[in-house]
Design a protein around this ligand. Structure first.
Ligand code: ADP
Ligand code: ASP
Ligand code: MG
Length: 440
């Protein structure tokens, strides 16, 4: 059985849904198809939630109306038979009715999660109705029946596995399952989600749960590129990556994959392919246990980083200093991305600033504290980078004009990370594209 996940742009227009149908019927292998919301929908739902949270019911209502209209136009182009069209209109109406009811009651965070879930619920229902209209046998299985996270927002892998396998086994004659990415239930049983871009994570978790032959991530680009194509013009696809390399790239900002989406597939050794819905013949990227070659593969950037610097004149020979620092971050469940130490100072970076005030307060007694926001981690990712002679000189001569606040290397052999002010991010990526890949 294989998993095929289609992102927002891959289902964002009726003609794309026709293409998705072609792609999922190309072979006879049983499959679970995981769909995102139509492109733009989750952003619109976020805006609706924000307007409701701000008490601006008029704005929220207008946004709901605009989105509803978009779906009606979509249905018009997706389906031709009038009766089936009506079925789709009625189905979508129910979801917009729900949004309009929320508008009338007092807003809270749990309701916001319900709002965000509407995108994937609608895209899968529309696709299922379209498949019905062409007589393609399939079963729509609600992700809310099997996808769950615990009180720490971590996926409950064993429970997901047990529930999903039960559903698949109970429908052994079905060769095509459709389900929602992104959405899940939390420890309280409420509707929740796996964070923005989470459909990739859903796909990988589902692949791990059913021991899929492959987890295919279909998107709008021909695989993982060597640099961020939104910023650098001349990028090229990377044919093969190891799980470790792909995980580092995803975590350090390559938007093509959700930051946590590699570990489930990696844990169960399921190959992941990144493929282009608009160009299915392109090779894309295959992600496997062992990559085919060493050296630098790609560069990625992660914004929204805060640098925390603690300087203590008493650190000299002071064992226990680092433990005290780490305990503060642990207490506030804030993970550290980069760390560098010198004899008298420690610098760390964090991306979760939710508890920064309390963290600062508790770090203060340990030394002089400096908090520097507006930073970006730029990561150079590859295999066995410690064996790459000349990598450091290539990197740093390319970056001779960039102010670098931190450097981290040696934690793994897959990654050299530097910290630069976000204002320097684009220039850093461009300079590395030239210095490491010879691309302009
Ligand atoms: P989907 O909606 O299919 O999940 P995303 O927008 O989440 O698609 O991810 C695909 C986008 O990721 C690409 O269009 C591209 O702009 C962006 N991206 C960022 N970094 C990379 C990279 N290194 N390689 C490929 N795409 C990248
Ligand atoms: N629809 C969700 C989002 O836009 C999940 C996804 O597309 O992966 O974040
Ligand atoms: Mg995505």
């Amino acid at each position: 059985m294989k998993i095929m996940k289609f992102g927002g742009t891959s289902v964002g227009k009726p003609e794309r849904m026709f293409q998705v149908k072609d792609l999922i019927t190309m072979d006879n292998e049983p499959k679970i198809v995981v769909l995102s919301a139509l492109s733009g929908t989750t952003n619109a739902l976020v805006a609706i939630g924000d307007a409701m949270a701000a008490g601006d019911k008029e704005k929220a209502g207008n946004l709901i109306d605009t989105l509803h209209q978009h779906y009606n136009t979509f249905i018009d182009l997706l389906l031709s038979d009038e009766a089936i069209k009506q079925r789709a209109v009625n189905t979508i109406n129910e979801h917009f009715e729900f949004l309009r009811i929320i508008l009338k009651i007092s807003f809270n965070d749990a309701l916001n999660k319900d709002i965000l879930a509407q995108g994937e619920l609608m895209s899968t229902k529309l696709f299922s109705i379209y498949l019905d209209s062409i007589g393609l046998e399939h079963l729509l299985i609600p992700a809310l029946d099997f996808m769950s996270i615990d009180a720490n927002d971590e996926p409950q892998v064993l429970a997901i596995r047990a529930k999903l396998n039960k559903i698949v086994e109970a429908n052994s004659s079905i060769k095509l399952f459709i389900t929602q990415g992104y959405i899940c239930r939390n420890a309280k049983g409420e509707v929740d989600n796996l964070k923005r871009g989470g459909s990739d994570y859903s796909a990988s978790l589902i692949a791990a749960a059913i021991q899929a032959s492959v987890c295919e991530i279909w998107t709008d680009i021909d695989g993982m590129h060597n640099n961020d194509p939104r910023i650098v013009k001349t990028t090229r696809p990377v044919e093969q990556l190891s799980f470790d390399e792909a995980a580092e790239l995803a975590y350090f900002g390559a938007k093509i994959l959700h930051p946590a989406s590699i570990w489930p597939a990696q844990h169960f050794n399921i190959p992941v392919k990144l493929l282009n819905t608009m160009q299915p013949e392109a090779k894309g990227t295959i992600i496997l246990k062992d990559a085919d070659s060493n050296g630098v593969k790609a560069v990625a950037a992660k914004d929204g980083i805060v640098m925390v610097k603690i300087k203590s004149s008493r650190m000299l020979l002071a064992y226990g200093f680092l433990r005290k620092i780490f305990e503060v971050f642990e207490k506030y469940r804030t993970s550290i991305d980069m760390i560098t130490t010198s004899e008298v100072a420690v610098s760390v970076t964090i991306d979760n600033t939710q508890n920064l005030d309390q963290i600062s307060k508790e770090l203060q007694p340990l030394g002089d504290l400096e908090i520097i926001a507006g930073q970006t981690i730029v990561s150079v990712v590859g295999n066995k980078l410690t064996e790459e002679k000349g990598l450091m000189s290539d990197m740093f001569s390319a970056l001779s004009h960039i102010p670098i606040n931190m450097v981290s290397f040696g934690g793994s052999t897959h990654n050299v990370s530097i910290l630069v002010p976000t204002a320097e991010r684009n220039e850093t990526l461009k300079a590395l594209n030239n210095g490491l890949f010879g691309l302009d």
